[in-house]
Structure formats: C-alpha cells, structure tokens
Design a protein around this ligand. Structure first.
Ligand code: RTP
Ligand code: MG
Length: 167
C-alpha cells in the first residue's frame, strides 16, 4: 500500500522534459552554457545524444506549426546542422524549465533566462523545451529509445529537494 502511494507520488511529481540544443547554439558554441544552466538548476540529465533531424521527425515534432508561415524556414534551419537532444528529469520541472528557457521571442524573454541573456531573433532562439508534462513524456519517447534513458541516484538530491518532492 505504502509502496503504491510512493510510486504514485513519483509519477505525479517527477517530470521529464525534452531539450533540443538547436543549430544556432551549436554554431555559437553555447552547448556548454546551456547544459550548465540546466545542471545548476538541479535537474538530472537522464539521456543525451547528437543527431541530425530529418523532415519526418521535424514534421512530427512541430506538427502544431505545419501550417504556419514560419514552418518551412524552421525546418530548413533545424536541418542545417546536427542538434543535441537531451532528456532532463526533475520535480515539476517542465514549467520551470520553460521559465529558465524564456519566451519564444528572445527580445521579450526575461533577463536571466537562456533566451533573454543569449539570443535576439525568434527563429534563432537556441533551444527547444517541452511545453507540458504530457508533451515532455511524448517528446522524450519520440527522440529516445528506452535503453538510451538512464535511472540513477543523484547524491545531491537531499540538498535540492525535501523528502516529499524526491520520494
Ligand atoms: P520551442 O517549441 O522551440 O521550445 O519554442 P516555443 O514553444 O517557445 O515556440 P513555438 O511557438 O512552439 O515555436 C517553435 C519554434 O518555431 C520558431 N518560431 N518562429 N518566426 C516566427 O514567428 C516564429 N515563431 C516561432 C521558433 O524557433 C520557435 O522556438
Ligand atoms: Mg513549442
């Protein structure tokens, strides 16, 4: 009984988010600082790889934008170099990562956010982050096979979370 309650809490509280370090960040040597910002927040990296994204996976990933004027340019841009795909895990992390990433238009993104500090153009905003808990699960599954995701203890967790958040 206690075990099922604990598992329910884990499922409720712990979230996964997909981060894509986009071609502009690769070209501008910002991979490291983006990873650093996410690490410093206290998130756990559970998967990471480099990949070239093709039209099929981009059309799935950006399905809500297929009929937008900017889609063609977005697809060309996302195919212009490899990207870094990362899965991160943390307590209710999807929304807080979106805040850390900043608004879609970097000129309106808050100072201190990744886009607010490091980008200017909307189509060159460095990074993708999942926009809901459900999207996070779906996007991580779309880009990672199970064997590419890792479950491990992070010793610093007792300094980042209260017990009710991490168990
Ligand atoms: P993302 O999906 O990449 O995390 O960004 P987002 O949620 O903040 O923005 P979204 O509305 O989902 O748009 C996806 C990406 O399309 C490009 N975009 N360009 N030129 C434009 O008006 C425009 N609008 C969006 C951006 O690269 C944006 O991140
Ligand atoms: Mg989006």
């Amino acid at each position: 009984m206690l075990e099922s309650i604990i598992i329910a809490v884990i499922i409720k509280g712990m979230e996964r988010t997909l981060i894509i370090v986009k071609p502009d960040a690769i070209q501008r040597n910002l991979i490291g600082i983006i990873i650093t910002r996410l690490e410093q927040k206290g998130l756990k990296l559970i998967g990471m790889k480099m990949a070239s994204l093709d039209e099929a996976i981009l059309r799935t990933h950006y399905s809500e934008h297929l009929d937008k004027d900017f889609y063609s340019g977005l697809e060309q841009f996302m195919k212009s170099s490899p990207v870094i795909l990362m899965a991160w895990e943390g307590y209710q992390c999807v929304n807080s990562v979106r805040t850390l990433v900043g608004a879609t238009n970097p000129r309106e993104a808050a100072p201190g956010s990744i886009r607010g500090d490091l980008a200017i153009g909307t189509g060159r905003n460095l990074i993708h982050a999942s926009d809901s808990k459900k999207t996070g699960e779906t996007e991580v599954a779309n880009f990672f096979d199970d064997h590419e995701l890792f479950n491990y203890d992070k010793t610093e967790y007792s300094h980042i979370y209260e017990d009710f958040e991490r168990f």
